[in-house]
Design a protein around this ligand. Structure first.
Ligand SMILES: [Zn+2]
Length: 468
């Protein structure tokens, strides 16, 4: 009996990120700088080609020569296989004390994959957002064109391929009944300890971040955030993760600092590539520079460097705009299944992860937007955010039953804020003059620190014991 197709990871990648985009799906452009240590020279030697063709007969006709990066679909398939073949990990990979990394899938990725998949087929008519899928009775992995471009990294593809291979062992997905992916078909597994395909996704990203050797620090940081996003969002039973949260502050000297919420102790971290506004996409941070001639992109706080890869189609579109056009985007919220782009007098919503259709709503009463604030904290599974306006009026913007709305907010504040974030259970407000306040029941109390007057943005930042 033919059973369901498992297109899940693919679908989920789409659902995870599509909310920021009006195009097909989120993309992970391959870093233009040489972040990928595996394919130095960008050619696969003939010996490797021959070895791969032993497992994948489809490459037999090109197994007698080296294969160099020609940006073809074949190249992207081969380079992902090479990533699995050649990425080196620490000799000892100790499991985490929590549920992030059991090590169950730690060894021999390539052997694991070829034990289940022996054919890679490229399909052109993929459903929106799908990047790869398998039929659980088969040994073919179907790959969609969007995964086979420079906009997707070998690291991501290797994780996807391991995920798909796991389906062959008899692990389908279920519809999420709660959380960030509530209602999304095939976007959840029951619990991570069962070791299904999403467990493989979490484990592969966690392993790459913690134990891979020779991987660029920014890619490692990216893999860490990806592991946590899947752990937090793709399981019905919450994954146990030892974690702590601080406030991350960006100051006008382009320095990142963290602030402990209990002791208010400040620690200097790394440099930012530019001043600007940090927008969260789950664990990922995207910096929108103040200098509109610069590109928005992933940002990391501990001097990991940058990634050329674009965080999403929406960011790619933004980066293609003129500085004047870019300046019109005032703020951006990225939820798990929706997004809101804030302009001066309107908000553009994407409320349905399965549809590219956008809704633009004007702000009422001639109000002008100033920024999004998070008095209850940034949460991927919530469907509304508070929009602060130039006049100080607060609005609630969001999606209800996939319909966009703007209405007066019930939040009351005693003074205007440029940002409000919650970190470690504490609500903090940042004023336009760079001062911090603690906010309790709408009342503000100054928080005095050495950074007073210098902070340009704040956002919560978690740390995880396994990655420390
Ligand atoms: Zn899947």
């Amino acid at each position: 009996m033919i059973k369901s197709i498992s297109q899940f990871l693919a679908v989920v990648i789409s659902f995870t990120f599509v909310s920021v985009s009006n195009a097909q799906v989120d993309i992970f452009p391959e870093p233009a700088n040489d972040n990928n240590p595996v394919h130095t020279g960008d050619c696969i030697p003939q010996s490797e080609m021959a070895a791969i063709a032993k497992n994948f007969k489809q490459f037999s006709n090109i197994a007698n020569r080296e294969f160099c990066n020609d940006d073809s679909q074949t190249w992207h398939l081969l380079s992902s296989l090479m990533f699995m073949r050649q990425t080196k990990f620490a000799e000892t990979m100790t499991p985490s004390e929590d549920e992030l990394f059991s090590g169950k899938f730690a060894h021999g990725w390539y052997d694991y994959f070829v034990g289940r998949i022996n054919k890679l087929e490229i399909v052109s008519n993929c459903q929106k957002g799908v990047i790869a899928y398998v039929y659980m009775w088969g040994n073919t992995m179907y790959t969609c064109p969007m995964a086979l471009t420079n906009s997707f990294s070998s690291l991501d593809r290797a994780s996807v391929m391991m995920h798909e291979a796991r389906h062959i062992d008899g692990f389908p997905h279920i519809t999420c009944s709660k959380g960030a992916r509530q209602g999304l078909q095939g976007a959840c597994d029951d619990r991570i300890s069962k070791g299904g395909s999403y467990a493989v996704t979490v484990e592969t990203y966690a392993q790459l971040s913690k134990y891979a050797e020779g991987i660029h620090p920014a890619l490692k940081a990216y893999a860490k955030s990806s592991a946590i996003v899947y752990a937090d969002e793709a399981f019905e039973i919450p994954v146990k993760i030892h974690r702590a949260e601080k406030l991350l502050a960006l100051t006008n000297t382009q320095d990142f600092h963290s602030m402990d919420m209990e002791t208010k102790e400040i620690k200097t971290l790394g440099k930012a590539p530019a001043l600007g506004h940090i927008v969260r996409r789950g664990q990922h941070m995207i910096l929108f520079p103040e200098d509109k001639t610069l590109k928005a992109g992933y940002v990391f706080s501990h001097d990991e460097g940058g990634l050329e890869q674009s965080p999403s189609d929406m960011v790619t579109d933004y980066n293609a705009q003129t500085p004047e056009e870019k300046a019109k985007l005032i703020d951006l919220h990225i939820g798990a299944q929706w997004s809101a782009r804030v302009y001066g007098d309107s908000v553009k919503f994407l409320c349905d992860p399965r549809s590219p259709s956008e809704t633009t709503l004007s702000l009422p009463n001639g109000l002008t937007a100033s920024s999004l604030v998070y008095p209850e904290g940034y949460a991927r599974d919530k469907y509304s955010v508070v929009l602060s306006t130039v006049s100080g009026d607060l609005l609630e913007v969001g999606c209800a039953n996939k319909r966009a709305y703007v209405k007066a907010s019930s939040v009351v504040l005693d003074q205007p804020y440029k940002r409000i974030q919650k970190a470690g259970g504490v609500v903090l407000g940042l004023t336009a003059t760079g001062d911090l306040f603690q906010i309790e029941q709408g009342r503000s109390t100054p928080v005095t620190t050495d950074l007073q007057g210098t902070i340009v943005d704040i956002t919560p930042q978690e740390s995880f014991r396994f990655f420390e």
